[in-house]
Design a binder for this molecule. Structure first.
Ligand code: NAD
Length: 518
């Protein structure tokens, strides 16, 4: 039975965030409207309807794009540090709303309250990062091969940046994109997941206050709502030079093709199939903590969740038994109760996919060590609570090659040397996050070398899940190749220009070419 939920007054949270029983899902920053169909947002925590949102129609979308395009003509002329000041003010508003927004994230998406707060903290952190960066949008200067010439690179804003986000990080992914895009001088149009529309409405209400209080142009932060059809409007729209899309590989392939057909740019953050390699020299205690948190945290619904544990034969039985013991201690229930380790998954479709995956594992010859299943009874009325499962499998199984967005951990044995484990780790189509547990320096360095992990993220003695905003975040292969957040990810949101200035009184051509005129 689930433990008693920690109660908070959801009505109070919705009131603070300006969410009504029925919400206009389209906004140009200050103005709010929508003429599309109403759709519902249910909480996976208890199955209750939270509120309704109007979807964005094609006509609404046109209005938004006109406002955004207009706002860009002004916003690009605002000095970058001043744009940073706007992001600073936004970060301050987020601090004031951290508790309420964190609770809404937890209630609408189903992640634990601590993770809900943590997600808002990530928004605050990226704002701080972006404020500093607004004074550091540096280009290079180079020596010209021609005398009395100077050459340099500078970065200019791109225009309207489209953001499509997934349900599992319903607020942070928008902030990762938008805080950087704003300091770069871009304006943003955001379509949140149709599974978490209220988080989008709440964020828009927060930035709306910043826009209003500071006389910023309407159109710098726009919201649209609805399902994939609204996302497709963005993919097809040549007024959007950069479309940042976070979600499944299936979605990313569709977005990439449509945007490429109009020679637009994409920033894709897609599915992962993340593994931890456990070598004979791993610390068992650290391994188990890293693996269990990675596999069951956010109920296995992080893009960086640990899906595969690739364990050396000499450690295999020890790891297996320790994992089974740890899983027996997991408390599954209301994610608002901090005593619980595992909350619900997002909806019943997702539950169905989880069950189909477990069937497919068995059909391919896998063995379920912890068989999983859907929980029922008091506290589990939403039908979205599942038992985290562990299966012994081969890496080559078709089902293991796929990402199932649920708490299923695959246990895979490797024999011999580390390159065998690395081959298994890299032997999937996705390339987001990876980790090795070892106290052996040679093993760690090999894993990080060019012969090692092929993922965008490679960790030593840390699990696969979670990332700090200071590093560039993203993955290779079918994860899409995009990089968001820290390091020099800002460059994606700008166009690069090479400038050559001739301060001589003649016009020498490059490469010594002569072109004499009488
Ligand atoms: P999803 O692909 O179903 O939906 C994501 C978003 O894309 C939604 O807003 C949806 O409306 C939109 N969309 C769907 N099809 C579209 C199309 N054809 N054109 C335009 N927009 C479209 O994903 P989800 O179920 O919300 O999220 C889970 C997935 O997201 C997992 O695969 C997870 O790994 C991935 N994810 C990746 C990262 C990352 O940084 N790599 C981060 C979070 C989530």
């Amino acid at each position: 039975m689930a433990t008693a939920p920690t109660s908070f007054d959801i009505q109070q949270v919705l009131f603070q965030l300006g969410i009504k029983p029925v919400n206009l899902g389209t906004s140009t920053g200050i103005e709010r409207f929508s003429t599309g169909e109403l759709f519902d947002s249910y909480s996976p925590v208890n199955g209750q309807l939270i509120a309704k949102v109007y979807a964005t129609t094609a006509a609404d979308y046109e209005q938004v794009m006109e406002a955004a395009t207009e706002a860009f003509t002004f916003f690009r002329t605002v000095p970058a540090p001043k744009r940073g000041e706007m992001v600073r003010l936004f970060g301050d508003k987020l601090r004031k709303n951290k508790e309420a927004l964190g609770k809404l994230v937890s209630y609408e998406m189903g992640k634990s309250l601590q993770e809900g707060y943590g997600e808002v903290q990530e928004m605050i952190d990226i704002c701080d990062f972006a404020v500093g960066l607004s004074r550091q949008l540096h280009g290079l200067t180079m020596h010209s091969e021609r005398p009395s010439h100077r050459m340099y690179e500078q970065y200019h804003p791109l225009g309207v940046v489209g953001i499509i986000s997934a349900f599992n990080f319903p607020v942070a992914v928008w902030a990762w994109n938008t805080a950087l895009a704003w300091i770069c001088g871009d304006v943003c149009v955001w379509k949140p997941s149709e599974k978490t529309p209220l988080c989008g409405v709440a964020c828009q209400n927060i930035i709306r206050e910043v826009i209003q209080e500071n006389d910023l142009p309407e159109g710098i932060s726009c919201l649209i709502n609805g399902d994939y059809k609204v996302g497709e409007m963005m993919s097809q729209d040549s007024r959007i030079p950069l479309l940042s899309a976070t979600g499944s590989t299936r979605m990313g392939k569709s977005v990439a093709q449509t945007v490429a057909a109009r020679l637009g740019k994409t920033l894709l953050e897609l599915g992962g199939n993340n593994a931890i390699i456990v070598t004979p020299e791993a610390d068992l205690k650290m391994t188990i903590i890293g693996a269990v948190f990675g596999a069951v945290g956010t109920a296995g619904q992080r893009c960086t969740s640990t899906r595969r544990l690739i364990v050396h034969e000499s450690m295999y039985d020890k790891v297996k038994h320790a994992l089974i013991d740890a899983y027996k201690q997991l408390r599954i229930g209301n994610p608002l109760d901090e005593n619980n380790h595992v909350g619900p998954i997002i909806d019943k479709d997702s539950v169905a996919q989880y069950l189909q995956t477990l069937d497919a594992v068995v059909a391919e010859g896998g063995k379920l060590l912890i068989p999983g299943g859907v929980l029922s009874g008091e506290g589990y009325e939403s039908g979205c609570y599942v038992q985290p499962a562990i299966a012994e499998v081969e890496n080559a199984y078709a089902i293991v090659q796929k990402e199932t967005f649920a708490p299923i951990l695959y246990l895979i044995k490797y024999n011999g040397d580390l390159p065998n484990a690395i081959a298994l780790q890299n032997g999937v189509v996705q390339g987001l996050s990876s980790a090795i547990m070892t106290n052996n320096l040679r093993e760690a360095e090999l894993f990080l070398s060019t012969l090692g992990s092929d993922c965008g993220i490679a960790n030593v003695n840390i699990g696969t899940s979670g990332a700090e905003i200071g590093g560039a975040f993203g993955g290779e292969k079918e994860t899409g190749g995009g990089r968001e957040s820290g390091s020099d990810a800002w460059k994606v949101y700008m166009r690069r220009q090479t400038n050559t200035i001739n301060y001589s009184s003649s016009l020498p051509l490059a490469q010594g070419i002569k072109f004499d005129l009488n």
